[in-house]
Design a protein around this ligand. Structure first.
Ligand SMILES: Nc1ncnc2c1ncn2[C@@H]1O[C@H](COP(=O)(O)OP(=O)(O)OP(=O)(O)O)[C@@H](O)[C@H]1O
Ligand SMILES: [Mg+2]
Length: 147
């Protein structure tokens, strides 16, 4: 578990590296933070560290992108920003993916439906991204979980 860190974009990469070392099949990363706070950028760095063979992009309109990685791990990259209700999550197979405990599950805008994660706390890492007043070149990142 980290304290909050003020970080440039390169520091974000270092935090993504540390987090990537803790990931195993079934790990759930909940990314919380305002528009443009750096969630997708973090997943991009994470994908590099996990050797994704696919390009990481924002799944805002699709809700889910899936990337294959070397070492077999898959990344399920969700974005809840445009999800209308829990039924929509059900329809795209979200709960099956959660219950399968395979691959890495990453969720942007997780706070919009945080109740769906309560029974998976033991494999969840929460990451919070915040803007810093008067400094657009940095962010505050807080990681909470079993690191
Ligand atoms: N630590 C950082 N320091 C400075 N800029 C950063 C940092 N992390 C990300 N950024 C920049 O912030 C911008 C927005 O990032 P990103 O698209 O990842 O946000 P997001 O949280 O995914 O937004 P959305 O909620 O719209 O999905 C990008 O230009 C990115 O390079
Ligand atoms: Mg995003």
């Amino acid at each position: 578990m980290y304290d909050s860190t003020i970080c440039s974009i390169e520091d974000t990469n270092q935090i993504a590296l540390k987090v990537s070392e803790k990931i195993r099949e079934g790990t759930i990363l909940l990314l919380n933070g305002d528009l443009g706070s750096g969630k997708t950028q973090f997943v991009r760095f994470l994908g590099n560290h996990l050797e994704s063979v696919d390009t990481i992009s924002s799944p805002t309109f699709l809700i889910l992108n899936i990337y294959e990685c070397k070492e077999k791990l898959k990344i399920y990259h969700f974005d809840f920003y445009r999800v209308k209700d829990v039924q929509e999550l059900e329809d795209i197979g979200f709960f099956e993916i959660l219950n399968d405990e395979e691959g890495l599950i990453v969720v942007e805008w997780a706070e919009r439906y945080q109740e769906v994660f309560t029974k998976f706390k033991n494999r969840t890492i929460d990451i919070y991204f915040n803007f810093i007043k008067d400094n657009i070149d940095c962010r505050e990142i807080l990681v909470k979980g079993n690191l």
